[in-house]
Each structure stands twice: as C-alpha cells, then as structure tokens.
Design a protein around this ligand. Sequence first.
Ligand SMILES: Cc1cc2nc3c(=O)[nH]c(=O)nc-3n(C[C@H](O)[C@H](O)[C@H](O)COP(=O)(O)O)c2cc1C
Length: 180
Amino acid sequence: MVETREFLKKRRSVLARNMTAPGPDDAQLRELLSIAARVPDHGKLAPWRFVVLQGVDRAKLGHIAATALGDDSVAEHYERAPCVVAVLACPKEHPKIPRSEMILSAGAACMNLLTGAQSMGFAAQWLTGAAAYEEAVLRALGGAQGDEIAGFIYIGTAAEAPSERARPELDDVVRFGLAD
Ligand SMILES: Cc1cc2nc3c(=O)[nH]c(=O)nc-3n(C[C@H](O)[C@H](O)[C@H](O)COP(=O)(O)O)c2cc1C
C-alpha cells in the first residue's frame, strides 16, 4: 500500500524529552498492544511481555532505577512521556529455536509498537538506557530470571517536530550477491 510505504519512508522518532501529554487513551493503547503482539515469532512462543507504565508507576520505576544505578538523574526519566511501555524479551528453553530468535521477535514487537504509535500520530521513541540492564528494574517489571528488557517505548505528543537525522548511505549497508 502506497500510504504505508510513504509513512515508513518518513517516520521519525521524537526524543522523549520533547514529549508532552496526551498519550494514547485506553482504546488506543489496546490497539497498539495488539499491533505490538502481531509480529513474526518462530514456534508461536510469544516470547515477550508488555508492561504499561502510566501515572505514578513511572515515578516509582524511576526511583527503583535511580537507586539501582546510584544516579538520581534517572529518577524522572520515565515521566518524560505520559505513557511508557516496557517490552520484555522472555526467551524460553526450546530444543530447536535459538534464544536469539526470541530476542529478535521482542525487537520486532518494539518496532511494531513504535511504528504503530507513530502511525496514530503520537510521538514515540525506543530507549533502553543503563537502567534496562539492572536486575532490580527487571524484577519491578515482573521479569523472571533470563528475561531481558528489549526496550522502553515512550509514547506521547510531540512538543516540537523532530528534524531529520542522518541515515546510512544505502550502498554502505547493502550488498547484492555473495562476498568474494
Ligand atoms: C534497542 C535500542 C535502544 C536504544 N536506546 C537508546 C538510549 O538509551 N538512548 C538514546 O539516546 N537512544 C537510544 N536508542 C535510539 C533512539 O531510539 C533514537 O531515537 C533513534 O535512533 C531514532 O531513530 P528513528 O528516527 O529512525 O526512529 C535506542 C535504539 C534502540 C533500537
């Protein structure tokens, strides 16, 4: 579809610090989460979970992150957007399907959530930050041993329109045919 292609060619993330309210309402959020869950997933394992952070939960998680990192500057990070969705990669033991494929599926879920939100006209950004690698943060999100935080998808309204950023030259990242 031409419209989809034109959207994908132009979509841009908005920095979380340039976001303001409103975020998605309950119906929009449900729609976005079902888009996020509609991703390629080898073996139909659904190796991801979504944790929606709104209101006071954002400050609570910020406090946990700041304590874990010993860095007060991250305490208000999750409050930059009205809605933050933590995407957890939850790989499972499987005799044939490698863990890396499950992590990739979680990445696809992040991307679907990001582009879904942007296609609805919201500002959105995919961030991890040092806190994403803290056990205490994973636990607070309900993550289990072996789970990973694939990303925090910030969703809100753009306070200012983003400018374009540099993109790689296609010829630098594409090869047609095998290596010599
Ligand atoms: C897994 C992942 C983690 C990221 N974490 C951060 C981060 O912690 N801090 C940051 O400034 N950008 C981070 N980024 C990059 C932002 O998403 C950035 O806004 C993005 O490069 C904008 O690109 P776009 O306009 O093509 O969406 C991350 C990207 C990915 C894919």
